[in-house]
Design a protein around this ligand. Structure first.
Ligand code: APR
Ligand code: PHB
Length: 394
């Protein structure tokens, strides 16, 4: 068994772990990153890609925005489809900010390349990661790698291992409050190499259920339809997908949709989930390890980035000032932003999906959307949440 020491052990090599590693490296803080899967596997995941302006600014400061600047698609608006009509929410003119469409896979690749170039340590295919003494002052992490056992002594552990990771369950259950809402439907997503006939994202509320027209690049679309939780991908041929998508997205776009073959198709459940607090002793949770939002508000990745931004500042200031205060403030600072993003994502989900409910609920949904389309104030409120509420200054 080998033993080594680092200042911060980062568990998880997704966007949260990689970005934290990059920011800590630039702050001169030593961190070892452990990822359970191979780098190829991590890069193979298809995930959303709408970046808030605040996220783009953090990636710029982290020195990993060169390709994003070149290939990211800046959108000054987003559209809502309802009863066969599309209503544009003019983000830029309403609140002076835009969003950038740039795949999470691309962002992850940029971060991986930056970490490799920095020479900072990462171990992929790290098995059986376990945390020890997280409540004390000398936490440790044990794991197996290529058949050998290893142990890391560290000052802090960053739990960036996602919803199904080992870090959150390492915290005694009576030390955590859990808040959860599981939605009675999922999203069936399809990726296809065809130019998007829409120039901005279109979120559609239709009598047949929700649909979303998104993209990854000028030559690749990403589309979604609301589906039942008991449905399987095998039940959805590409033809059936495009037929249903066209019925929901609105005639104008439907006429322009090409029935392109899918290069990826998958179903994801919808859930709102938050644990409090995000810290237990020397363990700090960030990203999906601590909270999940339904994808309707495009907040998952952006919340992971803001958590990591706050955690980097807390650790940097701890090592500079040797004061516990920045660490003590981390959880509350994150949760103030997390709950606002949870609220917005829950609101978008409620407005745009077909819920099993009574006629009154449906009327409320319709009326809320009509109010949104008529009221500049309501549009500005939606816009400021969609482009991202500002990050708290340290
Ligand atoms: N040991 C080491 N690594 C682990 C372990 C473990 N026990 N368990 C999970 N991991 C790794 C996963 O393989 C994954 O690569 O942790 C990583 C967590 O990454 P993400 O799930 O992408 O979570 P996060 O980095 O917080 O990013 C959040 O991802 O799911 C999207 O919508 C979400 O966009 C948001 C973003
Ligand atoms: C996506 O492009 O995959 C996407 C975009 C916006 C969302 C969710 C997913 O709200």
């Amino acid at each position: 068994m080998t033993r080594r020491r680092t200042q911060v052990a980062i568990i998880g090599g997704g966007p949260a772990g990689l970005l934290l590693g990059q920011l800590l490296h630039r702050a001169g803080i030593d961190a070892l990153l452990l990822e359970r899967r191979s780098a190829e596997y991590v890069l193979g995941r298809i995930r959303a890609g709408v970046l808030e302006q605040g996220t783009v600014d953090v990636l710029e400061r982290a020195g990993v925005a060169a390709r994003l600047r070149e290939e990211g698609l800046v959108h000054d608006g987003v559209e809502i489809g309802f009863q066969g009509r599309r209503h544009r929410i003019a983000l830029k003119s309403l609140v002076g900010k835009s969003v950038t469409v740039y795949g999470q896979t691309d962002m992850t690749r940029d971060l991986m390349e930056a970490r490799a170039a920095s020479g900072a340590d990462s171990l992929y295919e790290a098995e059986d990661v376990q945390l020890h003494d997280i409540g004390g002052t000398q936490p440790r992490v044990s794991f197996r790698h290529r058949g050998a056992s290893h142990e890391i002594d560290c000052d802090f552990i960053a739990g960036c291992d996602g919803f199904h990771g080992v870090c959150r369950p390492s915290i005694p259950a009576n030390q955590l409050s859990v808040f959860e809402r599981v939605y009675p439907f999922g999203w069936l997503g399809l990726l296809a190499d065809v130019p998007p006939p829409w120039s901005e994202l279109v979120y559609a509320n239709s009598e047949r259920g929700f649909a979303l027209a998104s993209m990854r690049s000028p030559t690749r679309v990403r589309c979604y339809v609301q589906c039942g939780l008991d449905e399987r991908v095998e039940d959805w041929s590409d033809v059936r997908f495009w037929d249903e998508f066209r019925r929901r997205i609105g005639e104008e776009i439907a006429d322009q949709v090409t029935l392109a073959p899918s290069i990826e198709k998958s179903i994801a459940p919808l859930r709102s989930f938050v644990v409090e607090p995000l810290r237990f002793g020397r363990l700090f949770l960030a990203g999906d390890a601590a909270h999940i939002v339904p994808p309707t508000g495009a907040k998952g990745l952006n919340l992971a980035v803001s958590d990591v931004c706050y955690l980097h500042e807390a650790l940097r200031d701890y090592y500079r000032e040797r004061s516990e205060r920045p660490l003590d403030e981390y959880s509350a600072r994150c949760l103030r932003r997390v709950w606002k993003a949870e609220r917005f994502s829950w609101w978008m989900t409620r407005q745009l999906h077909l819920f099993p409910g009574d006629a009154f609920d449906r009327r409320m949904q319709q009326t809320e959307l009509e109010y949104l389309f008529e009221s500049k104030a309501a549009q500005a409120s939606m816009a400021e949440n969609y482009v991202g509420l500002p990050l708290e200054a340290r």
